[in-house]
Design a protein around this ligand. Structure first.
Ligand code: SF4
Length: 268
């Protein structure tokens, strides 16, 4: 039986970037406790913003100090010994400060958080073309709804890279979440896709036509078919060495690498 029953957008993108990494992670199911400090920091910022909106939804507007304390406590609670810093010269403290800056900037720009929030960290389980052969999963950071069919799908980014308008107009992840939203709700009249580049306080917005969503569906189905065919027939999942190898935890399993990743230093 195939191990690939449900796909995520990030999983399908990882197949495009490096099929070997996809196979190690999703077919051979190799799981490691290691994670990069950028991803660790991003998760803690997401948790903090989730907590902030939960407080607001229960009619409390927390002070910024309380929210920053929450960030510090979730950081300490989750910290573990396998968090890596791939960039030379950077320290754990730099990332704590960066995370605090992200939270404080988001708070300053978005207070008093009066959006009509329908869901936070909303888990999605849906199908492409309503076909159970193409089951997908995903998480929407925040879904806003004005009550009259106008939705906004929000995504929080804490990384260094931003997106220009053209890249946002072509991005597949939030468009895929729009497909899920339309599949699961009858009253969707309009959907806006919103990225928050929290490190810089920048927002980028985009929308999709039905034709664009159909094209995306077909593209992802084709990729899933290709992966399944290779998996069933023992096809090749080639390694594609690139700069992102420095952040990859699968050097021991990778056919193109030897030993452990020398760029990864323990962040403790
Ligand atoms: S080390 Fe590089 S080539 Fe090897 S699996 Fe990871 S990303 Fe792919």
């Amino acid at each position: 039986m195939s191990k690939l029953e449900r796909f995520s957008y990030s999983g399908l993108e990882s197949y495009k970037k490096c099929p070997a990494q996809f196979k190690i992670r999703y077919i051979d199911n190799v799981r490691k406790p290691d994670e990069g400090i950028e991803a660790f920091m991003g998760k803690r910022v997401h948790e903090t913003l989730e907590h902030l909106y939960k407080e607001v939804n229960s009619s409390k507007l927390p002070f910024i100090d309380y929210i920053l304390d929450f960030f510090k406590s979730t950081w300490n609670e989750h910290w573990h010994g396998r968090i890596a810093i791939a960039k030379r010269g950077e320290r754990k403290e730099d990332y704590i400060r960066l995370g605090e800056d992200c939270v404080a900037r988001f708070y300053r720009i978005n207070q008093p958080f009066s959006e009509n929030v329908e869901g936070i960290e909303l888990e999605l389980d849906f199908m492409l073309d309503n076909d159970p052969e193409y089951r997908m999963k995903g998480i929407i950071d925040r879904l806003d709804h004005d009550g009259n069919g106008q939705f906004q799908i929000h995504d929080y980014k804490t990384g260094k890279r931003t997106m220009d308008q053209r890249t946002a107009d072509l991005d597949g992840q939030l468009a895929l979440y729009q497909i899920a939203l339309q599949q699961q709700n009858e009253n969707v009249n309009h959907v806006e896709l919103v990225w928050h580049f929290i490190r810089y306080g920048i927002e980028v917005r985009s929308k999709r036509t039905k034709e664009q969503l159909d094209l995306l569906t077909q593209k992802l189905k084709k990729r899933i078919d290709e992966i399944r065919l290779k998996e069933q027939q023992g096809g090749e999942f080639p390694a594609k060495p690139m700069i992102l190898c420095n952040w990859c935890y699968y050097w021991e399993e990778c056919p193109a690498k030897q030993g452990t990743n020398p760029f990864i230093r323990n962040g403790v």
